[in-house]
Design a protein around this ligand. Structure first.
Ligand SMILES: *[C@@H]1O[C@H](CO)[C@@H](O)[C@H](O)[C@H]1NC(C)=O
Length: 192
């Protein structure tokens, strides 16, 4: 949110919300976003409000909430971008820090795999493959490998990186919720 355009956009949205009746983020989210966030918070103990805020903050997601497949594709695209950003943050941190370089290096590598796994899942969803659940498991593995490396070295990440790590984890759980829903729709379709 650094470009002048995004400031203008933010201000326009701000005015819009001021002029409408007091609307919490939840009330303006689409039914699909609300149901996905409800399920994600029930199944994975993710923060519902954070989920609504995250999905509500991207125009690509906002424009695709009438079709679950398009919605999933857009969410996974943004998830892959977020994982790549996280990898880059780890790489820059690696250049700045003297300590625990091995754990940080491991995390940079892990988030590279996480980004690839999100892209693999995305391709799977586009092509209606039922292998999607395995690529989702790869995302979880990459996240876990980094977490383990950090905790065994006792690394405390700066907030900019840890908040990004949490965001990727939220996208993983949202991605899992969405791909499970798509899979169950696919199965129903095959029965009839
Ligand atoms: C959930 O997220 C909201 C918005 O980011 C925050 O205000 C709230 O404290 C969070 N709740 C918990 C239990 O972490």
């Amino acid at each position: 949110m650094d470009s002048p355009l995004s400031h203008v956009l933010f201000f326009a949205l701000f005015l819009f919300f001021l002029s409408s009746s007091p609307a919490p983020a939840d009330a303006i989210a689409s039914p699909l976003v609300r149901s996905v966030c409800k399920q994600t918070s029930d199944s994975f103990h993710q923060n519902y409000t954070e989920c609504i805020k995250t999905l509500g903050s991207d125009a690509r997601i906002q424009s695709s909430t009438s079709n679950i497949k398009d919605f999933t594709i857009n969410v996974l695209e943004i998830a892959a971008e977020t994982a790549t950003d996280t990898q880059e943050l780890f790489n820059s941190y690696l250049r700045m820090t003297e300590s625990s370089t091995k754990a940080i290096q491991q995390c940079a590598q892990s988030y590279g795999s996480v980004a690839s796994a999100f892209r693999g899942t995305l391709e799977g969803v586009k092509e209606d493959q039922d292998m999607v659940k395995y690529t989702v498991a790869q995302i979880a593995d990459g996240i876990a490998v980094c977490k383990k490396a950090l905790s065994s070295d006792g690394v405390e990440l700066p907030h900019t990186i840890s908040s990004r790590v949490n965001l990727v984890s939220l996208y993983k759980d949202i991605g899992f919720t969405l791909t499970s829903q798509l899979a169950s729709i696919g199965l129903k379709g095959q029965k009839h």
